[in-house]
Design a protein around this ligand. Structure first.
Ligand SMILES: [Zn+2]
Length: 274
């Protein structure tokens, strides 16, 4: 027996485990198709290079167990690779270009549209994909007339009160947040003897930040010696479990909202007098 695709998410919500006939006949008006997009890139001396892709799969596996049986939510095979050129040259990093990722996501969306689906969620777990996927989701909206949602689970606030605020802001790669989650979901893949801690010298800047305010373009080697940005020495599996439980609860509720969402309802009535 082959053990990889087990559990509710993979047995009941994994779209390609169905036949073409089953997919043709299923109701699709509210159906939401989820495309996980991760990365395979260095995450310091202590975390596997699979970290981002792994967190995406584990998070969805947990969240999809919490949906009502009749929720029309479907999971696609994940795109494990992302745009990781900020880590290129650091061993284990496997990056695809912005053009390749855009082409891949767009082609998948176009194929889903031809299969009769109208709603796509880009479920991203790698910071380096964020800007591109914002652009791509709008391009798909315009070119293929689909409703496209986009989210990164790390932006849902699930770590508030669990990870300290300074670490939440600066610990963007291989720090407490990601290490705690991998400790919770796949502890045997964490090298606990090599937990690292490193933050960039930017805390005294008034305007410049890594991911908000005024940004500067950086390669990982510009901002970190160890390849991480954050403090993995504070990580615990217990924190990771709390975060994953919260994320799964939030997502289960959010997916119901996305299924019911109709973009035609968004535009408000004009208040301009005649
Ligand atoms: Zn990561």
């Amino acid at each position: 027996m082959f053990a990889r695709y087990e559990g509710v998410a993979w047995e009941e919500r994994f779209l390609p485990r169905l036949t073409s006939r089953q997919i043709r006949e299923m109701p699709k008006a509210d159906a939401l198709v989820i495309l996980p997009i991760g990365a395979v890139e260095q995450h310091g001396p202590h975390l596997p290079v699979m970290t981002d892709a792994l967190i995406g799969e584990a998070t969805l596996t947990l969240a999809l167990e919490r949906l009502p049986a009749d929720a029309p939510v479907w999971l696609l095979p994940p795109i494990a690779y992302g745009k990781s050129n900020e880590h290129l040259g650091l061993p284990g990093t496997v990056s695809i270009s912005a053009a390749t990722l855009q082409g891949l996501v767009t082609d998948i969306a176009a194929s889903l549209k031809l299969s009769g689906f109208g709603k796509l969620l880009l479920f991203n777990t790698h910071g380096g994909n964020v800007d591109l996927l914002n652009v791509v989701s709008r391009e798909i909206r315009i070119a293929h007339d689909m409703t496209v949602f986009y989210l990164s689970p790390s932006s849902l606030g699930a770590a508030d009160g669990v990870i300290d605020p300074h670490e939440l802001e600066y610990g963007i790669h291989g720090g407490d947040y990601e290490t705690s989650i991998v400790m919770a979901i796949k502890p045997q893949w964490v090298q606990g003897q090599w937990l690292a801690s490193e933050l960039p010298n930017i805390g005294d800047k008034r305007f410049l930040t890594l991911e908000g305010g005024i940004r500067f373009a950086w390669r990982m080697a510009d901002i970190s010696e160890s390849g991480i940005c954050g403090d993995a020495t504070k990580a615990t599996a217990a924190k990771g479990e709390i975060i994953q439980e919260r994320v799964a609860d939030i997502l289960a509720e959010a997916f119901a909202e996305l299924c019911a969402f109709d973009v035609a309802d968004v535009r408000g009535a004009s208040k301009v007098s005649p």
